[in-house]
Every structure is written in C-alpha cells, then in structure tokens.
Write a protein that binds this ligand. Structure first.
Ligand code: ASP
Length: 323
C-alpha cells in the first residue's frame, strides 16, 4: 500500500482565464501535503497543510478569498476528520480566522466536534489563534462577485415589486433583514470550496474541507462543508471531501454515501462516480468530490462544469492537475 493524496479547489464554472491559476494552486497544495506524507507525517497533518495552502491562496473561496454573505460579511466553514480514530473537528460561521481548517483541527483535538460563530471565536482566542481583520480575507474578485449578485438581486426585486432591496447593507451600510429571504438558488458560478484527502504510510486516512460558502449567501447560512458525513468524511476504508451546492450535499449526506460505497466493495473511482450519479438523480444541485481509499486508489467526479483538482500517488513521477 502506498501513500496518496488528492486536493480540490472547488466545483463550478471556472472561467478559462482562471484555469491556470486554479491548477497551479491545486498543484502547490498537493505538493505541500505530499511532502508531509513523504516525511512520515500523518494523513491528518497532510490534509491540514494542503488545505491551509489553498486557504491562503486568494484565488480560492476559502480563508483569504472567501466569498461574501448578502450583508457583505465573510462567514467561513471548515471540517476535518481522521478515519481510524473517527476524530472530527469542525467550525461554522466563523469570521476573522485566517485558516479555519487549523481552528477545526484544534476542535478535533478538543472534546467538541462542531463549534459555531461566537463560541468558535472564543475558542480560537483560548487556543492562541489570532483574529485577523476582515480586510485581510477580502479580495477584489469577491467584492466584484458581491456587487454583481447585489445588482442582480436589486434588478429582480425592482422587476417583481417595483422596490429597491431595503436590507443587506451591513458592511456596506444598514440592515433590516427582511423575512423575504434571499432565494438561495444553485448556480454553477457560486461554488468554490477547497479540500484534501490523504492516505499516509501508517495506512490511515483523513479528509478536510474549507469554504467561504456560496456567493451572496444568507447571513448565518451554513453549507455542507463543516458537516461530517455531508461535506467531508473519513473511516478506515476511505476519506472524502465534497464541493458544490451544499444544501443538496447535506440532504443526501453525500460524503457518507461515498464512504458506504467503498465499504460495500467499490474502489475510490467507482464510489466517486456512484455518489455523483446519486446527486444527479436525487437533486438538482451540482458539485463534485474527491476520495482516497485504503488501498491508495484515488477517485474524483463532478457534474458541475469544472472541478479544479490535483493528485499524486507513490507510483506517479509528479503531481497531475486539472479542471
Ligand atoms: N459546498 C459549499 C457550500 O455549500 C460550497 C462549495 O463547495 O463551493 O457552502
């Protein structure tokens, strides 16, 4: 059995002028994780290190470069799991954290499984994790995405009711959140999470996922990424990280379903295909996932337009990246 690692940089429609940066970013992250495995570190260490690199890369929707909520805030989610111990750590709706995956890792080391919002922030402080400024996480690209989504919504409301949107202006002004919710539709362009799964030299598996969520998401909305079994999962036979329209991944527990396919005898590749086929038949949302199984086989599949990814196994001379 050999060591193996695969990362993703989000499912969705990636503009062709962003192909190169998406692949380079995934390749860099895969290499960092790979070096950890080669040095004899655990799969848990490797997936955390790979995801941190992706979080620090402003081209991905996680950590620096996270998308904005409808109010213009940055609320991030992340989860990490080790297969043989079934230890899980996750954080949701966290602000001002540069590397949410490392906060999730600290949760994994604690008696908790999932901490959200203010509590997660208090925990971060207790752990000596520095709270950054929102500005440090904000990119021009995501600001432009927000402006675009806001203008679209204004136009839609104008057309339907003849009114301007009167809420969602916090970072940018006022706030009376009206009960008429921002209709969270799936759109191929709104995705972009990051994740990694690995098998280490001890034969143990780990999975990690981190995200800013979906562009212009409702404040407080949490997707699949920090939910064990939905956006990530690991057991003794496989490790999975998902990306895509979180509401459908939550409804269908896609990560756990993929793990169950492996447990029933499928290899990683077949399990990835089967889980995405299930998503396609049971839901309208799109997305993708990556898997590594206990034999070191890798699998990935998506039904969105693209999914940035990169992988390497012991038999490969170098990392392969694609979109
Ligand atoms: N699954 C993430 C969420 O719904 C988004 C993504 O993967 O792009 O928050």
């Amino acid at each position: 059995m050999g060591i193996a690692l695969i990362v993703h940089g989000g499912a969705g429609a990636i503009a062709s002028d962003r192909f190169a940066s998406a692949q380079t970013g995934c390749r860099e992250a895969a290499l960092i994780g790979w070096h950890k495995l080669q040095e004899g570190h655990s799969a848990l260490e490797a997936v955390e290190a790979a995801v941190r690199i992706l979080e620090d890369n402003p081209n991905f929707n996680a950590g620096t470069g996270s998308c904005l909520t409808a109010e213009g805030n940055i609320e991030m989610d992340a989860g990490i799991m080790e297969g043989h111990t079934q230890r899980v750590g996750a954080v949701a709706n966290v602000e001002r954290i540069k590397n949410p995956i490392s906060l999730a890792r600290r949760v994994l080391e604690s008696p908790h499984v999932l901490l959200v919002g203010r509590g997660a922030q208090i925990f971060a402080r207790e752990q000596g994790i520095h709270l950054c400024r929102r500005q440090e996480l904000l990119t021009e690209h995501q600001q432009a995405n927000w402006q675009h989504a806001h203008a679209e919504r204004a136009a839609r409301l104008q057309q339907q009711h003849g009114t301007e949107p009167s809420y969602y202006r916090t970072e940018l002004g006022s706030t009376s959140a009206s009960a008429t919710s921002n209709h969270l539709e799936d759109s191929d362009e709104k995705h972009g999470t990051v994740g990694a799964v690995a098998l280490d030299s001890f034969g143990t598996l780990a999975a990690a996922t981190s995200t800013g969520g979906i562009v212009y998401k409702y404040p407080g909305r949490i997707g699949d990424s920090p939910l064990v079994g939905a956006g990530f999962y690991a057991d003794e036979q496989s490790a999975i990280s998902c990306t895509g329209y979180g509401e459908d991944f939550m409804r269908l527990l896609i990560a756990k379903r993929a793990a169950d396919f492996v447990a029933r005898g499928m290899n990683a590749h077949a399990a990835a295909e089967a889980a995405i086929a299930l998503l396609g038949t049971k839901a309208t949302g799109t997305g993708g996932l990556i898997i590594v199984d206990h034999m070191g086989n890798l699998g990935f599949a998506w039904n969105s337009t693209h999914m940035a990814h990169a992988y390497i196994t012991q038999d490969m001379p170098e990392v392969i990246a694609g979109v």
